[in-house]
Design a binder for this molecule. Structure first.
Ligand SMILES: CC(C)(COP(=O)(O)OP(=O)(O)OC[C@H]1O[C@@H](n2cnc3c(N)ncnc32)[C@H](O)[C@@H]1OP(=O)(O)O)[C@@H](O)C(=O)NCCC(=O)NCCS
Length: 206
C-alpha cells in the first residue's frame, strides 16, 4: 500500500526542548541577516554571503514557504531559540515526489549557536514532520564532502550514508564531491521506538 501524501500544513509553533520552529516573519530580517552575512555559515551552502538587500529578497520568498501544497515545494521554517526569541537559523523540508513519497532535509544555523545540539534538535523535528505528518517514505540530505559538521549531524540523526558522488556539483567556482545520506520511514519508527517520547533527543547510530 502506497498512498500519496496530500500536503502539509503544520500547527505552529513546532516546539522542541529549546526551540520553536515557525514560519518566517518580516520582522526576522535582522536575525536572518546576522547569519546569512557570515562566510563561515554559507561556506558549504549555495548562497553567496548576503547583504541586507539580498537577505530581504530571500526573506520575501521564505514568507510564502510555510506549507507544502504540491510536490517540488520546500517548507522553510525559522528556528527560534525560545529563551531569547532570536531566530538562530532555518530548517528546510522538500516534498520531492508524491508517488514515491520522497523528501529532502536541509538546515543552517548561525555559527554562534553551533556545537550545542541545536541542529540535531531542529532537524529531528523536521524528520518528524516529513515522516509522521506528511507521510514520506524516505528523506535524504546532501552535503558537500568537506562539510564535516553537517555530515556529523546527519550521522547523529541516524541517517545512512548512501553515496559519495564525485564532482557532482559545480560549487562556488570548482567541482565538488557530495555525500548523500538518507533514512526510510521504518528506520525512523524503529529509532523513535527506542527513545522516550515527548522531547527531541539526539539519536546515535548503534
Ligand atoms: C550543520 C550545522 C547545522 C550543525 O549544527 P550543530 O547545532 O552544531 O549540530 P549538532 O546538533 O549536531 O551539534 C553537535 C555538536 O554539539 C555538541 N553538543 C553540545 N551540547 C549538546 C546537546 N545538548 N545535545 C547534543 N549535542 C550537543 C555535540 O557534542 C556535537 O559536537 P561535535 O560536532 O564536536 O561532536 C551547522 O554546522 C551549520 O549550520 N552549518 C552551516 C550551514 C550548513 O553547512 N548547513 C548544511 C548544508 S548541507
Amino acid at each position: 500500500m502506497n498512498s500519496a501524501p496530500r500536503g502539509l500544513w503544520p500547527d505552529y509553533p513546532i516546539r522542541t526542548q529549546r526551540l520553536d520552529l515557525r514560519p518566517h516573519r518580516p520582522a526576522d530580517l535582522e536575525d536572518i541577516l546576522a547569519f546569512h552575512s557570515r562566510p563561515d555559515v554559507v561556506r558549504f551552502i549555495p548562497w553567496p554571503v548576503r547583504d541586507r538587500k539580498q537577505t530581504a529578497t530571500a526573506l520575501k520568498t521564505k514568507l510564502g514557504q510555510s506549507a507544502l501544497t504540491e510536490p517540488g515545494q520546500w517548507l522553510v521554517l525559522a528556528v527560534e531559540l525560545r529563551e531569547s526569541t532570536t531566530v538562530i537559523g532555518e530548517v528546510l523540508l522538500k516534498w520531492a515526489s508524491a508517488i514515491d513519497r520522497q523528501g529532502e532535509l536541509g538546515f543552517a544555523l548561525h555559527s554562534a549557536y553551533h556545537g550545542r545540539g541545536l541542529g540535531a534538535e531542529a532537524a529531528t523535528a523536521v524528520l518528524s514532520l516529513g515522516f509522521d505528518q506528511l507521510g514520506l517514505h524516505r528523506i535524504q540530505a546532501v552535503c558537500l564532502i568537506d562539510n564535516i559538521k553537517s555530515a556529523r549531524l546527519l550521522e547523529r540523526l541516524g541517517m545512512r550514508l548512501e553515496g559519495h558522488l564525485v564532482h557532482s556539483v559545480w560549487f562556488k567556482g570548482g567541482w565538488e564531491d557530495q555525500l548523500v545520506y538518507a533514512m526510510c520511514e521504518d528506520e525512523w519508527r524503529d529509532m523513535k521506538g527506542r527513545q522516550p517520547t515527548g522531547e527531541v533527543k539526539v539519536p546515535t547510530r548503534s
